[in-house]
Design a binder for this molecule. Structure first.
Ligand code: FE
Ligand code: CA
Length: 541
């Protein structure tokens, strides 16, 4: 991929085009096509620096378009919260070009998007009317500054034959705890699609362990300015920028985009829910500002922001992208002083965990998911979400089994409803993918986890962290014999998962890097698992 980067363009603003375009933008962000021609080489509203310093991204592919993202950030480390990224003033028009070829010679679209000051001068351009099932290349232009070129794609027409799909997924990229060699290698794979499953940033600061680099403010993010700073710092990383430039993405979140282990309006630190919702609103807004999500679907309303959505890829795959945080029931047996984050509970110590009314997804999202799965005609049905779904019990000293309250083990009634639905609606080839745990897992998802002979109704493939610290291997390894539906577990490797799907097989590769402290770490395939169409459960391949 060719990168067009201008480090410090010297720009002479054209007063005429600035005024006419800013006026058009203020009237409602529709810019007449006649104005397009004077934008390239036209307005700018910064004095120095590269406004495209955070790169570009595309996302949310449909059969006729996608979202293009960038954010104007000429001064990324600007400490002035009134000038995010070094920008001030009203809406800024930004030209974009879409081409059929990587060299940008066969242009199919030129347009003007608006960098919205309310959203930190981010651009979310929803492009429609393109041809289905093919790659496109794009770039942004503002004044004399030209962004790098990104690759987007449109999905094949729904139901149209599709021979194969290559997708990669990533989670848990703590900036302090490791370099992004895993992102470097992920970009080198040139997948069709990248799915980010959460913990894209970490709000926290690591003061307990050795770190390779620091969050620059040294503070836990709680305000809009601090969350913006976090995304800015992460997205300055060239390896992460390349991931976004080489492939479109789907993005969901986990907890660290807001606060470790929160559920809905309940914080780990027992904050007043109204106060915590104000923090969540700031965090969700910063997520919106930095991700290639659809503005029509995802523009936040206060502390609410919809990210769950369904994406179809011809007749081959349907991906249900899930929000596992915003709507979940309060953590089981939540309460001060200690039970505000994940904790282990037995059936006797916390009967609340088993309550039938508890939901990980919330009523509306559950109904939406079940409908989508029941109506899907796709060969493979991928449920892309944040946390471990399989039951996993740890035997305590007294021989009782304890479960972690933060993942689906805190919401077993919801998990049972989902398993039963997949089974009864005869959902084709259901595969659940997740992150959060900083470990690789291959699991059989059972209709009844407490009965080994119960049918396996779906397959779970969990990816390890890009860089975040893992849990202690031995603590999990000793529990494996009590959890026979776990086919593979490994916490000692950082990396990502690559999936190749065709009509007959889904091949999943656990891609691992040699050392998270080494920015040039090498890649190897730790394990390969294969799911055969028509048969739930992965087999080592
Ligand atoms: Fe994490
Ligand atoms: Ca997490």
């Amino acid at each position: 991929m060719t990168a067009h980067r201008i480090s410090a363009p010297v720009l002479i603003p054209s007063r005429r085009s600035f005024l006419s375009l800013a006026g058009a933008a203020a009237r409602g962000s529709i810019v007449a096509p006649a104005l397009v021609g004077c934008v390239a080489g036209g307005m700018q509203s910064w004095r120095k620096g590269n406004p495209f310093s955070l790169g570009v991204a595309s996302g949310a592919p449909t059969p006729d378009g996608f979202v293009l993202w960038t954010r104007l950030v000429p001064d990324p480390l600007s400490a002035d919260p009134a000038m995010p990224g070094g920008m001030r003033g009203g809406p800024v028009p930004v030209a974009y070009e879409i081409a059929e070829d990587e060299a940008m010679t066969r242009l199919v679209r030129k347009g003007v998007a608006i960098a919205d000051p309310h959203y930190a001068y981010s651009v979310h351009e929803e492009v429609r009317g393109l041809a289905p099932g093919r790659p496109y290349w794009y770039r942004f232009i503002s004044g004399e500054a030209v962004s790098r070129i990104g690759r987007a794609m449109t999905a094949p027409a729904t139901g149209a034959p599709l021979a194969g799909l290559r997708l990669a997924y990533a989670s848990c990229a703590n900036y302090e705890q490791g370099y992004y060699a895993a992102y470097h290698h992920l970009a080198e794979e040139h997948p069709d699609l990248v799915i980010f499953l959460g913990d894209y940033i970490y709000e926290s600061v690591d003061t307990k362990h050795p770190t390779v680099r620091r969050h620059k403010d040294g503070m836990e993010a709680k305000t809009l300015a601090q969350y913006r700073d976090r995304y800015t710092q992460y997205k300055l990383d060239e390896n992460l920028q390349r991931v976004h430039a080489v492939a479109p993405s789907l993005v969901t979140w986990d907890d660290h985009e807001v606060q470790n282990d929160y559920s809905d309006k309940w914080s780990k630190t027992f904050d007043d829910p109204a106060k915590f919702l104000a923090r969540r609103a700031a965090a969700y807004q910063a997520f919106y500002e930095h991700m290639p999500v659809r503005p029509l679907l995802s523009k936040p309303h206060g502390a609410s922001m919809r990210i769950y959505e369904r994406y179809a890829f011809g007749d081959l795959a349907e991906i249900s992208l899930i929000d596992g945080r915003q709507y979940r029931s309060r953590e089981a047996c939540y309460g001060p002083p200690k039970k505000g984050g994940g904790h282990l509970e037995t059936n006797a110590s916390c009967p609340e965990r088993l309550a039938a009314a508890r939901s990980m997804l919330g009523e509306a999202q559950e109904a939406w998911l079940y409908d989508g799965l029941a109506n899907s005609k796709a060969r493979w049905n991928i449920i892309a979400q944040d946390v471990l779904m399989a039951q996993f019990g740890h035997k305590d000293e007294t021989g009782h089994i304890a479960y972690w309250t933060e993942d689906w083990n805190g919401y077993p009634a919801n998990r049972s409803r989902l398993m039963k639905h997949i089974h009864e609606a005869r959902v084709a080839n259901a595969v659940v993918i997740g992150g959060d745990s900083h470990c690789f897992w291959t699991n059989d998802l059972k209709l009844d986890f407490d009965n080994e002979r119960s049918p396996t109704v779906a397959t779970e493939i969990v990816g390890t962290s890009i860089s975040s610290r893992p849990p202690v291997y031995e603590l999990f390894a000793k529990a494996l014999p009590d959890n026979p539906h776990v086919r593979f577990f490994e916490s000692r490797k950082r990396g990502y998962v690559l999936i190749e799907v065709d009509a007959q097989h889904m091949t999943t590769k656990f891609q691992a890097i040699s050392d998270v402290r080494d920015p040039d770490a090498q890649l190897s395939t730790l394990k390969t698992f294969v799911v055969e169409s028509g048969r739930a459960g992965a087999i080592e391949g």
